[in-house]
Design a protein around this ligand. Sequence first.
Ligand SMILES: [Zn+2]
Length: 272
Amino acid sequence: MPEIAEVRVVRDTLKKNILKKKIKNVRVLYDNLIVGDAREFERKLKGCTFENVESSGKWLIFKLGEMSILSHLRMEGKFFYVESSTEMRKHSHIVFEFEDGMELRYDDVRKFGRMELVKTEDIAESPSIKKLGFEPDDSRLNADYLIEKFADKKMNAKVALLDQSIINGLGNIYANEVLFATKISPFRLAKNITKKEAEYIVAESRRITDEAYKMGGSTIRSYTSSLGVTGHYQDVIAVHGKEGKPCKVCGEPIKRVKIEGRSAYYCEHCQK
Ligand SMILES: [Zn+2]
């Protein structure tokens, strides 16, 4: 699943391609990807121009004047920017046709992604965006904020880092990496995290996601940014996907356990 670094890379690449492009026509070929009425989505976007592409955590926000599209790629959503004569891929489900003969196609093998049309002035109040916490590089994300958010939570550290209402944008890969970097066990109760550790979480979330973004994100399994960019952060990942491999710090084998359905990779020796 694309996380904050990958979504920012997709955002940047989209901006290079679609800004100032006027939509001639929209075709939704799989209606369930649209929150709300798919025909209305098609009708309202016709004639609109992409004025900006922003992101918030794992969300892409396409701005088209008064209307905006909130897009979540979930597991395998991808965008392709191609000439209209390009053969349709099997899993291209939403097509934005531009006046100049180019198309932006949304591809989603597992069909878990979602797009929603909202009024631009209502973005901050939309249920999907309103509940989000702070992105790692937001100055409001600090140790006091985390301690307060963790205080009444019975959840463990791994689940807490994946909670988008606390830190906006961390997914499984970067949550595993942040916990390893801060030497915090994924099983530790979030409410028992000390202020010093919360400071480390802030610093490492920032460092790791920033480094990953600068390296084009992580290209592993289902995720590729699909617009011609291949990320390289997978080359420096310490624990995610490294079950049985030696820990970079102590040499003990990395362990993998399922926590609420997600794989936690960690070093039992280094993370307490
Ligand atoms: Zn270790």
